[in-house]
Design a protein around this ligand. Sequence first.
Ligand code: THG
Length: 265
Amino acid sequence: MIIIGELINSTRKVMREAMKEGNVDYIQDIAKKQDEGGADYIDVNAGAFVQQETKYLLWLVEKVQEVVDKPLTLDSPSPEALEAAIKTHRGTPMINSITAEKERYGKIMPLVREYNAKVIGLCMDDKGMPETAEERLNIAEKLLNDLDRDGVPLENVFLDPLIKPIAVNGEYGMQALDTIEGITRLGTGAHITCGLSNISYGLPSRALLNQAFIVLAMGRGLDSAIIDPLDNNLVSLVLAAEVLLNRDPYGTNYIKASREGKLAK
Ligand code: THG
């Protein structure tokens, strides 16, 4: 499972304050903890600073890379902010995100290609957020076709079905799961990721719903997720599910985590 650590995000109040105050210690501490918690990528988002997004994003890239060797997921719809951040980033980043919207695709795809970046592709187009699994799957196929045509290796692509809250519509869970399975069945070699916690928005005991949902989604082929790597129950459950799905041969990772005392009971 490719884990993307979600905590360095300006939509979170604590993080927004830390960014405003230039609280480097706090941000670097969260970066290190996500790294140790098993994050493969660290997401950085400065979108709350509308006029100064680029400035804050560059600062985040610099400060996080001072203390962590993992690549970053650059979380912005702005081609300008993304390009500046990619140039500052050491190594190969992941761009979060591209869509099938004509203008956004046209501006972001060349960055993906030029820097050989990983990229998250959201299942949306100029008609907005799709309503059904079938529409999502059609957009996913179009994105994969276009990226392939434009020379982007599909193993660098992470499709995101766009998770909507189950509290808004009881069908949203099944829609996401059916989309994940549909993408898996295409067999293109593209990865599948999602912002997991959207599913539980507005309901009590959100952690519980997130945990149940990640296991269901992994069973349908989810192989990456944007999550809180400091949630030991969640990360332990992911390691357990990998063994059960035979995605961790001989339980090597699971047993190693256990020996290191990292697994929840
Ligand atoms: N897909 C992609 N990228 C994404 C998302 C997605 N990036 C942003 C988001 N969705 C995933 N990241 C987060 C980061 C933090 C929180 C949730 C998702 C979070 N939320 C709490 C809440 O919702 O209540 C707390 C907010 C707060 O602290 O103020 O912590 O879907 N590709």
